[in-house]
Design a protein around this ligand. Structure first.
Ligand SMILES: Cc1ncc(COP(=O)(O)O)c(C=O)c1O
Length: 437
């Protein structure tokens, strides 16, 4: 791909007019104007390989042509765009597709709730219904969890910086150590069970356990199948609902549509957002086991629950899941990613602590936390967009669109290798031809 040497564009309008709360544009200082699958271009025609995929909202790539065609057709036919939660043909089609392509093949029976079109709204609704059906308030959540920025979700989020932003006391949650929090010798599921069994533990009987199977924002910490199965058993024993927040790890990110499929657990509530909207369009779902669908009409409302463009895009995106080659491609590319990261960890054993993650979201945990941000900056210089995660931003995370071309994946990884060389063995990097040349 053609790379053009270019001075950093000025970001004056954004600096002057946009709130200080802006974040990603501070790491990626340019103005983008075009995108296709795993490529983004800025207004100076410089191309970037997207290894961030809208934080998981673009699993099917930017401007996926299959999805775009359906959207354009729908718009040209004057299809309904906004409908609150009124019935529309677009929503009907989505529900049928979701049932036929996702739920039925997995023998899953869930009612589909459309909360407001964000991940945090899916989580809020799951917390509410769990509390309503059990009549209890406490929620068990985990160290380094991330569930969103609204108050309920934030109460279940570990990061102290994000929590501080709430400005009020966050409560009705009990944090427990996630799998491997104390290393492999301590079983934190057994710890949770003991605490819940013990009337002296100080834990109020919870309504639910809320977890991510792999903590995307919390540092790519992955829960084992055995741990997830133990947590499910504990939920059944203590009559608590099991909520899986699959907002980031769902829609194929870990290799299967739901991230918990290989663990063979059956959550009572499942939160989906990000890539469920197919095209990067806002959409969210809360899947509810039918017996727990005890909402009163309108008890969790929201103006933008009927984003029909989201339904149209999602209906087409789901067709990827009827093609077995799609999942085998994800696992092939996941292996390429893993092999590359393992090689980097071997090359820089003093600097890289370990490879983390699973499927098509993996990364490098650095000994010195600031090295992850440095790698992201060096990669950006070389035309690759990637982010950091973890409580100290110590993990450099790679999550390209699932649809990325293999050649482009290799090219992006090569640039990351060059970035690591520039950081840790500058002499070796010197001889390399810069991608900006
Ligand atoms: C696991 C998880 N849950 C919830 C959210 C919140 O989603 P949103 O930003 O759409 O509110 C995120 C966002 O990154 C997430 O990763």
């Amino acid at each position: 791909m053609k790379q053009t040497a270019m001075k950093q564009p000025k970001l004056d309008v954004f600096n002057q007019m946009e709130s200080e709360v802006r974040s990603y544009c501070r790491s990626f200082q340019t103005v983008f104007n075009k995108a296709s699958n795993a490529l983004l271009w800025d207004k100076h025609h410089k191309a970037y390989i997207d290894f961030f995929a809208g934080a998981g909202a673009l699993n099917y790539g930017h401007n996926n042509p299959r999805i775009r065609e359906k959207l354009v057709q729908y718009l040209l036919e004057d299809g309904v765009t906004h409908s609150l939660d009124m019935a529309t043909e677009a929503k009907e089609r989505f529900l049928l597709q979701f049932n036929n392509l996702i739920l039925k093949p997995r023998s899953m029976s869930y009612k589909v709730m459309f909360p407001g079109p964000t991940g945090t709204n899916a989580v809020e609704s799951a917390l509410k219904i769990a509390r309503k059906v059990t009549g209890r308030t406490n929620i068990i959540c985990f160290t380094n969890a991330f569930h969103g920025m609204s108050l309920g979700s934030l109460s279940a989020t570990g990061n102290s910086f994000k929590r501080k932003g709430a400005g009020v006391t966050l409560g009705n949650t009990t944090f427990m150590p996630y799998d491997q929090y104390f290393g492999s010798s301590i079983d934190t599921a057994a710890m949770l069970e003991k605490m819940l069994d013990d009337p002296g533990s100080g834990i109020d009987k919870p309504a639910a356990v809320l977890l991510e199977t792999l903590q995307g924002e919390g540092g790519l910490n992955s829960a084992s199948q055995a741990w997830l199965q133990s947590i499910e058993k504990i939920c059944r024993k203590h009559d608590m609902l099991l909520i899986v927040d699959d907002v980031q790890m769902g829609c194929g990110r870990t290799g299967s549509f739901f991230s918990f499929e290989d663990a063979k657990i059956e959550p009572d509530l499942i939160c989906l957002s990000k890539s469920i909207g197919g095209y990067g369009l806002p959409m969210a779902l809360t899947l509810i086991k039918p017996k727990y669908d005890q909402w009163e009409p309108g008890e969790h409302n929201g103006t933008f629950r009927g984003n029909n463009l989201g339904f149209v895009a999602a209906s087409e995106a789901l067709t990827y899941w009827s093609d077995p080659d799609f999942t085998s491609q994800i696992s092939k590319k996941s292996k390429i990613l893993h092999d590359f990261l393992a090689r980097m960890a071997k090359t820089y054993p003093k600097e890289i602590q370990e490879v983390r993650g699973k499927g098509f979201i993996q990364g490098l945990a650095f000994v010195e936390p600031s090295h992850a941000g440095k790698l992201s900056a060096e990669a950006f210089e070389r035309g690759v967009i990637m982010e950091t995660s973890g409580p100290r931003d110590e993990v450099a995370k790679i999550m390209p669109p699932l649809t990325i071309e293999e050649k482009l994946l290799h090219e992006g990884l090569e640039r990351i290798e060059e970035a690591l060389q520039a950081m840790f063995s500058p002499a070796a990097a010197k001889g390399k031809v810069s991608v900006h040349a």
